[in-house]
Design a binder for this molecule. Structure first.
Ligand code: G3H
Ligand code: 13P
Ligand code: ZN
Length: 307
């Protein structure tokens, strides 16, 4: 199928009460695994690329690769820019064939976030491209936030209502206590479920959950068994993701779990086959490990059999 605007996938998910998985890619094997997993589950899927991924792989290469793989399957696929911060990059992606872009101006004061988002919406919508924006702050791996700082970063429901009505965005990423990367919580995982419900009751557009990786213990253990050094690992339990979806989340972003599964599989193969010289013997099992992650995520999001 040709690539579809992300709003086509997300509006259906919003109407029917499930979430679409949005998986980050950086190369061919990851992209193949995302599509293979989604096809196996008969699920609509979003393939997303960060600005860093684009720098690594090249915008035109990413578009050509995703289009070629999507055109050979019969499930809905959207290609989305993840955390677009540079205006020029956003325009480049729209021109190159992305069907959705994220403008992440969440680090700016509210008025500037609104103005910047509005500008991107005008341009993107004229080209039939969907837009996701972010309100509140989703912490990064490197951030070491205190509890009061965490609370200050959460999305304010009143601001969300104003933001959506003034910008016309198709989807809104909200800060509900998650963080990017493999170290999300210092103690017990804590997500603001009531806040999701409150925001959803005010805006009723597709809501996006970033930092949703589970950081599975078995994957960490395997990576460590074969030489990885990963300290303080903690993720979002599957039940919490399902509950967030039940409360109004319609797009769930996953990158870290695929990275960890890929690294663990590569380490295992290299450890067990010291004489291996064929990269396909390493990247093949790595791809298979990602397929498993994608299929499992889809099963907890409720998007299986929706394609
Ligand atoms: O939100 C962040 C994603 O995991 C992408 O990470 O910028 O290292 O590609 P990256
Ligand atoms: P994770 O780091 O939890 O996989 O989150 C990825 C993400 O939010 C990409 O935008
Ligand atoms: Zn993110």
């Amino acid at each position: 199928m040709p690539l579809l605007p992300m709003s086509v996938l997300l509006n259906k998910a919003n109407a029917e009460g499930y979430a679409v998985g949005a998986f980050n890619t950086n190369n061919m094997e990851i992209t193949q695994a995302i599509i293979e997993g989604a096809v196996a589950e008969r699920a609509p899927v979003i393939i997303q690329c960060s600005e860093g991924a684009m720098k690594y792989a090249g915008v035109d290469t990413v578009v050509a690769m995703v289009k070629a793989l999507a055109e050979n399957v019969d499930i809905p696929v959207a290609l989305h820019l993840d955390h677009g911060k540079e205006f020029d990059n956003i325009i480049k992606c729209i021109r190159a064939g992305f069907t959705s872009v994220m403008i992440d101006a969440s680090h700016l004061p509210l008025e500037e976030n609104i103005a910047m988002t509005k500008k991107v919406v005008e341009i993107a919508h004229a080209a039939g491209v969907s837009v996701e924006a972010e309100l509140g702050r989703i912490a990064g791996v490197e951030d070491n936030v205190s509890t009061s700082e965490r609370d200050a970063m959460l999305t304010d429901p009143g601001e969300a209502e104003r933001f959506v009505s003034e910008t016309g965005v198709d989807a809104l990423a909200i800060a509900i206590g998650t963080a990017h990367g493999p170290r999300k919580f210092k103690g017990e995982p804590k997500l603001e479920m009531d806040l999701i419900r409150e925001i959803k009751s005010r805006v009723n557009i597709p809501l996006v959950m970033h930092g949703a990786s589970a950081v599975p213990k078995e994957v960490i253990d395997k990576a460590v068994r074969y030489g990885a050094e990963i300290e303080g690992a903690s993720g979002v339990p599957d039940e919490a993701v399902s509950q967030a979806v039940a409360n109004g989340i319609n797009k769930v972003n996953i990158d870290t779990d695929m990275r960890l599964a890929m690294i663990a599989a590569m380490r295992e193969v290299l450890h067990n086959n010291p004489k291996a010289t064929d990269p396909r013997k390493v990247l093949g099992p790595a791809k298979d490990a990602i397929v498993e992650i994608v299929r499992h995520k889809i099963s907890i999001l409720g998007s299986g059999a929706k394609a």
